[in-house]
Design a protein around this ligand. Structure first.
Ligand code: ATP
Ligand code: MG
Length: 461
């Protein structure tokens, strides 16, 4: 029998009986092991200091330092070393002690060489399996999450691989996906895995800031640049110097401002509002959107050149309904988030509902549903179907047909759309008893977007 590894195992054989030791060592060498010999515990420790060993075989009874102590010292130094002990008459109890101290197995004296080899091969096989298991476990753990992004489905695994690579570059990234699919978590994960991680991650939601103030928000302003500009202020581009800037909901920016952003991206320079001094920055830009930017390019509301400047690396996040196998681990993740240290489970019937639902609001909607269920559960150990938001239980609404009559005299489209929007926002709030989180879920928008719409509509807050 020989070892079939390309590099031979380095083996330390310790026994004070010279003849037994030299004979056994010789036969081990014939089997392909690289063997060092020691005739005492002290000599063994000295060798362990100088060389790395994969295998250690030692007699238990040695003059001076005994075999069990050698095993313990070897395991402390090389945790994956395979250690076997040889026991003489009456030392079986000591063998048990040696195993406690890290030996894999023991062989009773006198032994046949084949017997020794049998024990050795078995111990090596076990060690190989446990190393493999540890490796697989670490692989598995890695695949189910990437810097706080949870996912085990195929599309998410592909995304994790992609993130690993793109994080290392400074290329501009365009993250697309429906609301709540995790565009912002992905942008943060990219920053935290990039060489820029020790600098700032600055996020700006372009839709949350009135158009008139957005330019100053992006590029900064000097005192008196516009009414209300009391002092000089840095913009987000400057704040993100050497770091990462997330331009969230980039599709909502006016065409005029798109032009200025394009220049900042191309030249990495800009001026603060009201100033003519040019400022240079080193910023990695990640843009995110849930609008159809290409469609907007086609109808002229988004600049084509900016689109291509942003879309250097496209990352499209799949909606949750297209990766339902992520639902159970996301549920576990959110249960842990909302009941830290708790033992709340989801009943099978409730899990079936969660798995079947369409999730128009994606992961955010799922997160809200679990938070609500935990609150309604009031400390109960199991979440029931009754704890889930009612919209999960009703038939999926099909998308209402987008058709309306066009009056002979035409209509004011923006005003008309605004009135439909106002109507739907109020209906959603009515249906959810004024709960803004759930109303936003019903409309597949973020809570902050809903609040912004309410503010625009002039609703009392
Ligand atoms: N894969 C995921 N793992 C864990 N949490 C997630 C995941 N995806 C999203 N979330 C959580 O869901 C919520 C929404 O995520 P995020 O804000 O990144 O979505 P978004 O795509 O930016 O949505 P929007 O288009 O509405 O801005 C956050 O609380 C986030 O932590
Ligand atoms: Mg977002």
């Amino acid at each position: 029998m020989t070892t079939n590894e390309s590099t031979p195992h380095h083996l330390l054989f310790i026994d004070d009986e010279t003849e037994l030791r030299t004979l056994t060592a010789e036969r081990l060498r014939e089997c392909g092991f690289e063997v060092s010999e020691a005739d005492s515990g002290e000599a063994a420790l000295e060798l362990l200091d100088q060389f790395a060993f994969d295998i250690l075989i030692t007699d238990l009874r040695l003059p001076g330092i005994d075999g069990a102590a050698v095993v313990e010292a070897a395991v402390a130094r090389y945790p994956s070393i395979v250690a076997l002990v040889i026991t003489g008459y009456g030392t079986v109890k000591d063998a048990v002690d040696a195993i406690k101290r890290g030996a894999s197995d023991f062989i009773a004296k006198p032994f046949q060489f084949d017997e020794l080899m049998h024990h050795l091969q078995r111990a090596l096989e076990q060690s190989r399996l446990s190393a493999e298991n540890a490796y697989l476990r670490s692989q598995l753990e890695e695949r189910h999450q990437f810097s706080g992004i949870i996912g085990r489905s195929r599309p998410m695994q592909a995304l994790f691989q992609m993130l690993d690579t793109v994080a290392r570059s400074s290329s501009t990234i365009l993250v697309t996906g429906e609301t709540g699919t995790g565009k912002e978590v992905v942008a943060r994960a990219i920053h935290h895995n990039s060489p820029r991680r020790s600098h700032r991650f600055v996020a700006l939601n372009c839709s949350a800031i009135p158009e008139t103030l957005l330019e100053a928000e992006l590029f900064g302003h000097v005192r008196g640049a516009f009414t209300g500009a009391a002092g000089t202020r840095q913009g987000r581009f400057e704040q993100a110097h050497q770091g990462t800037l997330l331009l969230d909901e980039v599709g909502t920016m006016s065409v005029g401002l798109q032009m200025k952003v394009l220049r900042a991206l191309q030249e990495r320079e800009f001026e603060r509002v009201g100033d003519n001094r040019t400022i240079k920055v080193d910023v990695r830009v990640i843009a995110a959107t849930n609008s159809d930017l290409l469609g907007m390019v086609a109808d002229g509301t988004f600049r084509e050149d900016l689109y291509y400047r942003l879309n250097v690396i496209p990352l499209a996040l799949p909606p949750l309904r297209e990766r339902r196998d992520d639902i159970p681990i996301l549920v576990t993740h959110f249960l842990e988030k909302f009941t830290p240290g708790g033992t709340v489970r989801v009943a099978q019937s409730a899990m079936r509902v969660l798995m079947a639902y369409q999730w128009p609001g994606n992961v955010r909607q799922l997160e809200n549903a679990i938070e609500r269920a935990v609150a309604l559960g009031g400390g109960r150990e199991e979440i029931d179907v009754a704890d889930l938001p009612p919209e999960l239980l009703t038939e999926q609404p099909t998308s209402p047909t987008a058709s309306a009559d066009l009056p002979e005299a035409g209509l004011d489209l923006p005003a008309h759309l605004a009135s439909i929007e106002r109507d739907l926002v109020y209906r959603a709030l009515d249906r959810t008893g004024g709960n803004r989180n759930r109303a936003a879920d019903l409309l597949c928008i973020k809570r902050t977007t809903l609040v912004e719409k309410l503010r625009r509509i002039g609703a009392p807050s």
